[in-house]
Design a binder for this molecule. Structure first.
Ligand code: ADP
Ligand code: MG
Length: 830
């Protein structure tokens, strides 16, 4: 059968993957058969032996421990980075997307083995927290695996589809809670008029079942092991003990799964060498209570993310109809109890949490048209039909249309076409084709099933003709809206403020395009290769530019411009992102009448363990400084923030991950992420310390402004000042430091605007210049200007005086602005 819709969906998981297909309206997960056992789940692991044979799935997963240099798992965590996996025995190397491609190929092979069908196109899911470069790598993996088309779908959307496909409900919110092996996603989904929208989402790429396993290993198992044996420097970051730790983690994971069913269990014996020919055989008892003590903080952390995601949309627990559970760990009853208690919302796990994403992907796949135009010439008598219709919708009598083309026929007058639903016996009746082969039909569809219509094409003599495709499908059900943007995105601005101009807010549908005007901060000399105007594109949701991820930079170099570009030049920046999440930055410089453009490359480098370590040390130092200041400061809030950080596991977590970074690139990536979290916490405390001084300064400056406005302000300026007063009060009430800083700038700007318009101001300035004369660079010119100035004053020529003062300013030695530019060294300002 040739398919007109994609129909297959793959959950390409960090730990496990699965493939499903939509048959009618029910989804079927296609099992793999390995070593005589069947499973709906394929572990996402790949091994290559010394002969170059590739193994995928459970066997490869087993090799992770026995031959760790020849097998890898959890490579989804490295997607989109330039990390290279070396397979020692075979001398081969693979990128993360190559390994993902092996998983996809293996799933494709399973379908062929089971059903004989070669899957040509497939929907592949990605976590909502996936960033652009990670989506891009996933798309490449699908290409490498040989799929001709592979739309990406966010995992929470897939899960919601698996639950809600046939549902036709009024406004209601669902929370998709997906706790996997290595990633966590929380997404609020709204079903309205048969359409699903993602309202908000959040997550953590470094939170999952594997973190529970490590917590048990480090907090429970290792201390016990060290009671029995004295092992030197037995830490996770120590390469020497990598295998021992891998074995412990594997045993702990099995025990953890056991504890989903029983109260206590014994750790499978771990055997490992301790040098000098000795072996250790270690096992111990583990109870559900112990497991919970290690796991609960992790579960609570995920619940906190859910609460934040809800709060961002001002939704209380009552607004959420149910929480859909996704991911292996949610199979455990204790996990669900703990989560339910913390969230206070009803949980639903009626669709298997391990395969719900693949099932939902298949549901979505059935809405995706797949027209694989045959590349070989059609054999005589065979006709191609280019079908135009929506395969899924809420309409029970949808329109379908298309265009028939054939190898020899030019004129289709007197040809007919009929659509037949063999199950319901519904027939469209014979429809006459237009001479160009175009036809339209109104279908009749039944709810609760997938309607398949056979296409019967007849020539003028009534002879049936063979067509590709030979059928079309339609299902009444919910449609997914355009896929939203995962993270906000915009331009990092230069200068002191470390400002982020957010051009796209997260959650917006694609494609997006925004144009903004900026000014350059520093001059660019034509021909000078060292002179660069950098326009950094960042993604994330933090107010401060350098606390977000740098996606890419458009660079305009002195070499590539025709004329000098003075500071303050206008630059029109356009940021675009298309449906496949390809980002383009374009800068138009009116002064040069030139346009510069770059496609942002979505690679991310592996974090450098040395740099991480240094940064971590610097942050610890900053933490101590802020702490010391806080101890003597008046307000309690900074102290409280400091205490919170100290009480949390954050510093410890950064320390562990950064410590393990050298031996384990996953730990490095996690360390990088947690380090940013730590920086933000310290920022918050530092802000709290700065707050009282900033409030005081804003108040004083505003009083000054008010007195000038009262004396000399125009009605417009008075209105502006009154508006500022209200805004300042609100911002102070909401304690928003960055916004208050901006308001202070506006207060000063308005103050100077009024001051500049007063003759007295210029007289005053002129007098200051007179006293500064000895420091001026060109004494002759200075003396001449001062004379002219005095003349202006006697003649009441204040416009002239203003010009004189400005020229005198230029004679004073320019202060060397050494203020090291922070952030991404942006060359732009508003
Ligand atoms: P991913 O989406 O990251 O591929 P999965 O949803 O397949 O992950 O979940 C994998 C995780 O689920 C692993 O950490 C595994 O230990 C855990 N897991 C699987 N089954 C169970 C179970 N019955 N009880 C508890 N944890 C489980
Ligand atoms: Mg998953």
């Amino acid at each position: 059968m040739s398919r007109s819709t994609i129909d297959f969906g793959i959950d390409l998981g960090t730990t496990n993957s699965a493939i499903a297909v939509l048959n009618g309206v029910t989804t079927e997960v296609i099992k793999n058969t390995r070593d005589g056992a069947e499973s709906e789940i394929t572990p996402s692991a790949v091994s290559i032996d010394r002969r170059g044979n590739i193994q995928v799935g459970q066997r490869a997963r087993n090799r992770l421990i026995d031959t760790p240099d020849d097998a890898y798992g959890e490579f989804k965590r490295r997607m989109g980075t330039d990390h290279v996996y070396e397979f020692r025995s075979s001398g081969q190397s693979r990128r993360p997307e190559d390994l993902s491609a092996e998983i996809l190929k293996s799933l494709r092979g399973d379908v062929q083995q089971r059903t004989g069908e070669l899957v040509e196109a497939c929907v592949v899911t990605v976590p909502a927290a996936f960033e652009l470069h990670q989506c891009d790598a996933t798309r490449k993996a699908a290409q490498t695996a040989g799929f001709k088309s592979s739309p990406l779908l966010q995992e929470p959307v897939a899960a919601a589809l698996a639950y809600g496909f046939q549902a036709d409900r009024d406004k209601s919110y669902w929370l998709v809670y997906d706790f996997g092996g290595g990633t966590f996603d929380a997404a609020i989904i709204k079903a309205e008029d048969g359409t699903l929208h993602v309202v908000n989402h959040g997550g953590d790429n470094f939170l999952g079942g594997s973190d529970m396993d490590w917590a048990i290993v480090e907090q429970i198992v290792v201390p016990r092991l060290l009671e029995e044996y004295s092992l030197r420097e037995f830490t996770r970051g120590n390469r020497r003990w990598s295998q021992a730790f891998a074995k412990l983690k594997r045993s702990v994971e099995i025990a953890k799964i056991d504890l989903s069913r029983s109260e206590r269990t014994t750790l499978e014996t771990c055997k490992f060498a301790v040098g000098s020919g000795e072996d250790i055989e270690f096992d111990c008892e583990l109870t559900r209570g112990e497991l919970l003590s290690a796991a609960e903080p992790i579960i609570l952390r995920s619940a906190e993310i859910c609460k934040r995601v809800l709060k961002e949309k001002k939704l209380g627990p009552d607004a959420i109809e149910k929480v859909i559970l996704v991911g292996g760990p949610t199979l455990a009853p204790y996990f669900r109890e703990s989560l339910a208690k913390s969230l206070g919302i009803a949980l639903d796990h009626s669709v298997d949490p391990l395969t719900v994403v693949a099932r939902g992907a298949a549901v979505f796949a059935a809405t995706q048209r797949f027209n694989d135009a045959p590349t070989v010439a059609l054999s005589t008598g065979e006709y191609k039909i280019d079908i135009r219709h929506k395969p899924v919708g809420m309409d029970s009598a949808p329109m379908a249309g298309g265009k028939v083309s054939g190898p020899s026929t030019q004129d289709f007058s007197n040809f007919t076409l009929e659509l037949v639903n063999s199950k319901t016996q519904w027939r469209s009746g014979k429809i006459a084709l237009r001479p160009d082969g175009v036809f339209f039909a109104s279908l009749h569809a039944e709810g609760g099933q997938r309607n398949i219509y056979a296409i019967e094409l007849c020539d003028p003599s009534g002879r049936k003709l063979k067509t590709t495709p030979d059928s079309l499908t339609y299902t009444i059900g919910a449609v997914v809206e355009e896929q939203p943007l995962c993270h906000s995105m915009g331009i990092a601005l230069g200068g002191e403020n470390n400002e982020y101009d957010r051009l796209f807010e997260k959650g917006r549908g694609l494609p997006l395009k925004v144009t903004r005007d900026y000014r350059t901060i520093h001059p660019i000399k034509q021909g000078q290769s060292a002179d660069v105007l950098k326009i950094p594109v960042i993604e994330g949701d933090n107010e401060r530019a350098d606390r977000n991820r740098l996606v890419g930079t458009l660079e305009i170099r002195g070499e590539s411009i025709r004329r000098d570009l003075p500071a303050g030049s206008e630059v029109e920046v356009t940021l675009r992102i298309d449906e496949s999440r390809i980002i383009t930055v374009n800068a138009y410089v009116p002064l040069l009448d030139e346009e510069f453009e770059t496609k942002v490359t979505m690679k991310q480098s592996d974090p450098n363990p040395e740099v991480l370590k240094r940064e971590f040390e610097a942050e610890l130092q900053r933490f101590q400084e802020v702490k010391a200041t806080a101890a003597t400061a008046e307000g309690r809030s900074a102290q409280k923030l400091i205490q919170d950080v100290e009480a949390s596991a954050l510093i410890q977590e950064v320390k562990e991950s950064v410590g393990a970074a050298k031996a384990d690139p996953d730990a490095a990536a996690k360390g990088e992420k947690r380090l940013v979290e730590l920086k933000l916490k310290i920022d918050e405390a530092a802000d709290a310390l700065e707050w009282p001084a900033l409030v005081a300064k804003t108040r004083t400056e505003f009083e000054d402004l008010q007195s000038v406005v009262g004396r000399n302000g125009s009605p417009d300026q008075k209105a502006k000042a009154a508006e500022l007063a209200g805004e300042i009060d609100d911002i102070i009430a909401e304690r928003q430091l960055d916004r208050l800083r901006k308001k202070l700038e506006q207060v000063l700007r308005l103050y100077w605007e009024i001051a500049f318009a007063q003759p007295g101001f210029w007289v005053n300035q002129f007098q200051t210049m007179e006293s500064e004369q000895p420091r001026m660079t060109d004494q002759m010119r200075a003396a001449r200007l001062l004379d002219q100035g005095r003349d202006c004053i006697t003649k009441n020529n204040f416009t002239g005086l203003q010009s004189i003062v400005r020229q005198l300013w230029d004679l004073l030695p320019k202060e060397i602005v050494a203020a090291a530019q922070r952030g991404y060294q942006s060359g732009l300002a508003r």
